[in-house]
Design a protein around this ligand. Structure first.
Ligand code: FPP
Length: 271
């Protein structure tokens, strides 16, 4: 679907039907996190420059955000710029930052109309001032929205997140606020940048790579992972529905056994 053709909240009857079927079929993940990969390869396959792939990727961001909001996903986290991405050529970094500023300027009104709250995780201080300002303004403007939270991971990495949590916990230990013996999963969770967000139920990675690339390392402990060969600029809502279908057919055991399984006597004696 071309999202440009539809104003906010307009949805084709066929798409509405697909979403209703999906909702009836099973649980819609509460939190979906996406590693948007393959923009460069998408551009190369068309004989174009990398930034053309990033630009096309923005249309996928819009379509997936809109579809998630309509479906009843509570949180959508997008890996938009990693800590490692600072190592890319200066021209590409600056083009990506400009694209982010432009997207925020063009889309914040629509986020508001759709009751979507914007947030971010990562080292926001490292972003260029215009970018940071635009982001902070959009976050403030959408702060009271309730339908869904769109969280942009910017200058983010899972290891950075764990380090900053350990840093903050250490300072509290030093100041006598936390006792070292009391540090547990919950303490760490509360100090991660995602403290206010549930762990992702489903992580989608586009462009066929089988790795997490330093994304939400702590938070992904029990996430279901869906990997597709599709490059991010070609990833649209119909493929999101496939990812959700795959999620709905998984059995999430969180390391336990399901209650309906009978516990059998082991056939071999355990010494
Ligand atoms: C990975 O593709 C993608 C990125 C590093 C940037 C993602 C950014 C966007 C989709 C546009 C702006 C985002 C928002 C939220 C408005 P790659 O360049 O690593 O592709 P490759 O692996 O094929 O080279």
């Amino acid at each position: 679907m071309n999202t440009e053709e539809l104003t906010s909240n307009q949805q084709s009857p066929e798409d509405q039907e697909k979403q209703e079927l999906l909702q009836k079929r099973g649980e819609i993940p509460r939190h979906i996190a996406v590693i948007m990969d393959g923009n460069g390869r998408w551009a190369k396959s068309r004989g174009s420059v990398r930034i053309a792939g990033h630009k096309a990727g923005v249309d996928s961001v819009k379509d997936i955000t809109e579809a998630c909001g309509q479906l009843g996903v509570g949180y959508l986290t997008l890996y938009a710029f990693s800590t490692e991405n600072w190592g890319r050529p200066k021209g590409e970094i600056s083009a990506l930052m400009k694209l982010l500023v432009q997207s925020l300027r063009n889309e914040t009104r629509k986020l508001n109309e759709n009751d979507i709250k914007l947030s971010s995780i990562g080292e926001i201080d490292r972003l260029p001032p215009t970018c940071r300002r635009e982001l902070e303004d959009a976050i403030a403007l959408t702060a009271d929205n309730k339908r869904m939270e769109l969280c942009l991971a910017l200058s983010y990495s899972g290891r950075w997140d764990i380090c900053q949590a350990v840093n903050r916990i250490s300072k509290k230990v030093r100041d006598g606020v936390i006792c070292p013996d009391d540090i547990d999963d919950e303490t760490i969770k509360k100090h991660l940048s995602t403290a206010h967000i549930p762990d992702p139920d489903l992580i989608v990675r586009t462009s066929g790579e089988f790795r997490l690339s330093n994304f939400l390392l702590w938070q992904s402990a029990y996430s279901e992972i869906y990997i597709t060969d599709t490059y991010w600029p070609d990833f649209r809502r119909d493929e999101l529905y496939e990812a959700i279908k795959a999620y709905q057919s998984r059995e999430r055991r969180f390391g336990k056994v399901l209650s309906h399984f009978e516990l059998e006597e082991p056939s071999v004696a355990i010494r």
